[in-house]
Design a protein around this ligand. Structure first.
Ligand code: FAD
Length: 261
């Protein structure tokens, strides 16, 4: 039977763009270009490698996000994923980690899965908790933060590198794993891959398709509330010291004044 791999991929605001908060203190997503979260490219790569080593496997990429999030799906499809699911609904505006994990879990259940692969964290929210929440909601084992992962005979195995030790972990499928940026370089989409992606199926679901009520998500359903948000001041040019024999002394004085030494 085919190994069904679902990869959760997030469409995030481009970190190099000019990002702002909207009036309700959510990120103003309309105002900035987005892209597939770089950390999720590693998850797609590992899914493709597992699929390539399996007799029969299918990789589905899943995103919860606005209309433009299709760009993230297209990128993952052009890397080699087989099909995509896009969950989009106006009522998702302001959804926090709890709501996001609920929507993802319902979509994963509806799609059917043996293995879920997530990134270690998104590059915008960086909460790093969605994979664990997914495992809890799905009622399956979680093996997170893997820098190496493989699947054999219905068991997922991986290595988690800590500061003082590396652990070898395994779990019976179905399971949720997350992979780190050390898991292996993500491939670039080839021209052939980009052309093929245009013909691959992208399924669109909204909240009603997943039997989720509007109150369970959005700002209303969020477990957390942002009370205030202050944009950081723009970076200043800093101090330039011209070394006329006293440069080292001035540098040491600067570091001492900032309590670095
Ligand atoms: C339209 C919209 C509006 C939102 N508004 C807010 C808001 O106002 N306030 C707020 O706190 N949150 C909001 N969110 C949710 C937020 O952007 C995050 O998706 C969510 O809080 C998860 O946090 P994180 O990205 O830090 O997850 P992490 O736990 O850091 O993510 C880990 C991994 O989980 C997966 N993942 C996470 N999010 C998604 C996703 N959306 N789709 C697919 N895979 C995913 C990825 O594989 C990722 O690498 C909104 C989401 C959407 C879609």
């Amino acid at each position: 039977m085919s190994l069904r791999i679902v990869v959760t991929v997030k469409y995030v605001p481009d970190a190099t763009g000019d990002r702002h908060f909207a009036k309700d203190l959510t990120v103003d997503r309309d105002d900035v270009d987005g892209l597939l979260s770089e950390l999720d490219e590693y998850a797609v790569e590992q899914a493709l490698q597992i699929a390539e080593n399996a007799d029969d496997a299918e990789v589905t990429v899943l995103t919860v996000g606005p209309e433009d999030a299709k760009d993230a799906l297209r990128k993952a499809l052009s890397m080699g994923a087989d099909k995509a699911i896009h969950v989009e609904d106006d009522d998702l505006h302001g959804t926090d980690v709890m709501g996001t994990s609920l929507v993802l879990a319902k979509a994963i259940e509806k799609a059917g899965y043996d293995l879920v692969i997530s990134g270690m964290a998104s590059t915008d929210g960086t909460a790093g908790v969605v994979p664990a929440l997914l495992a809890e909601r799905l009622g399956v084992p979680q093996v997170t933060l893997l820098s190496e992962v493989s699947v054999e005979d219905g068991v997922v195995t991986g290595r988690r590198d800590g500061d003082t030790a590396s652990e070898q972990l395994e779990a019976q499928l179905p399971a949720v794993v997350s992979v780190t940026d050390q898991s292996g370089e993500a491939r670039y989409p080839s021209f052939k891959g980009i052309m093929a992606a245009k013909k691959k199926p992208v399924q669109a679901w909204d909240l009603s398709d997943l039997d989720i009520e509007a109150e369970e998500v959005g700002l209303e359903g969020a477990w957390t509330k942002v009370d205030s948000a202050t944009e950081r001041p723009a970076r200043t040019a800093g101090t330039i010291v011209t070394d006329e024999g006293e440069g080292g002394k001035q540098l040491a004085e600067f570091l001492a004044s900032q309590k670095f030494i």
